[in-house]
Design a protein around this ligand. Structure first.
Ligand SMILES: Nc1ncnc2c1ncn2[C@@H]1O[C@H](COP(=O)(O)OP(=O)(O)OP(=O)(O)O)[C@@H](O)[C@H]1O
Ligand SMILES: [Mg+2]
Length: 271
């Protein structure tokens, strides 16, 4: 079975039963710039979906719609079957608590020590005493291999360590879903693989549903149960890692092999 393509979008349906998140014909534009142009996508529960696509295509915009940081111009977004795009900020809050977000730029609070960064969402939620908070922080830092770093400042950490602390913070509230926006960008291959293993571990041991945006093909093929490729505001291909690897679409092949198009090359030679 081949991967679904724009011409033949129904060739495969990798596990579309029981989607935890669903986009239904979502449109989003910023002024004249059309970013999402009728996005329909199912994110299956307890699985990892990898989103691929060129820079600027709208991958981060897509993730922000899941937690209501951006709202669609039209179309619907569902979380566990409930429409969420029309909820107020207050109504959205309990859903946001079930979703951890590893932002593209890490975004640790530089003025807080590592332990306080991880404790931040737990304190915001309230209801836990300092000893309980300390225990959760310790446990989450251990999950990402950063135990014992509670007292360090973000400025004293390497890029990879910051990513791992940000991931500890994203999982502090035991989320059902984790959105990973370029989790391995800027990391060496070994640190990247540690992050890949963490994504797999969270899925296998804690049944975390993952949505991973990445340009890192090694990571994509290692963690994905489903791969979705975006071009021009739409899904052009969807399938298992194996199906995407074998997909006949030349645009998809060029993307996953990292090859410039004929058009790009002609432009270069004209320079
Ligand atoms: N809040 C916003 N206001 C205006 N334009 C925005 C906003 N957020 C994103 N955009 C634009 O929408 C487009 C898609 O942005 P997005 O950040 O989703 O790209 P991306 O696919 O994540 O790219 P990259 O791989 O470089 O991270 C870009 O052209 C971006 O400039
Ligand atoms: Mg992005």
């Amino acid at each position: 079975m081949g991967a679904a393509t724009a011409d033949n979008p129904t060739t495969t349906k990798p596990e579309t039963t029981n989607p935890i998140i669903r986009f239904e014909n979502v449109h989003k534009r910023f002024g004249p710039l059309v970013v999402l142009d009728g996005m329909t996508l199912d994110i299956p529960q307890d699985r990892t979906t990898v989103i691929l696509g060129p820079s600027g295509v709208g991958k981060s915009v897509l993730l922000k719609h899941i937690v209501g940081l951006l709202r669609p111009d039209s179309g619907k977004i569902f979380y566990r079957g409930k429409q969420v795009d029309n909820l107020s900020e207050r109504e959205m809050e309990p859903i946001r608590k079930r979703i951890g977000f590893l932002f593209q730029l890490g975004a640790l609070f530089d003025s807080m020590r590592v332990g306080d960064n991880v404790a931040f969402p737990i304190r915001q939620q309230g209801g836990k005493n300092p000893a309980e908070i300390q225990e959760i922080v310790h446990e989450k830092l251990a999950v990402v291999g950063m135990d014992g770093t509670e007292k360090k400042w973000p400025a004293d950490l390497s890029g990879g360590q910051k990513k791992r602390v940000a991931l500890a913070r994203a999982i502090a509230m035991n989320p059902d879903v984790v959105l990973y926006d370029e989790p391995t960008t800027g990391l060496d291959p070994i640190r990247s693989d540690v992050i890949n293993e963490l994504i797999l571990k969270l899925k296998e041991e804690l049944n975390v549903t993952g949505v991973v945006v990445t340009h890192d093909m090694t990571s994509a093929f290692k963690v994905a149960d489903q791969v979705v490729m975006l071009f021009n505001g739409k899904i052009v291909s969807r399938g298992t890692a194996e199906e995407i690897r074998n997909c006949a679409d030349p645009n998809v092949q060029r993307f996953i092999q990292g090859r410039a198009s004929e058009e790009d090359l002609r432009a270069l030679h004209r320079m």
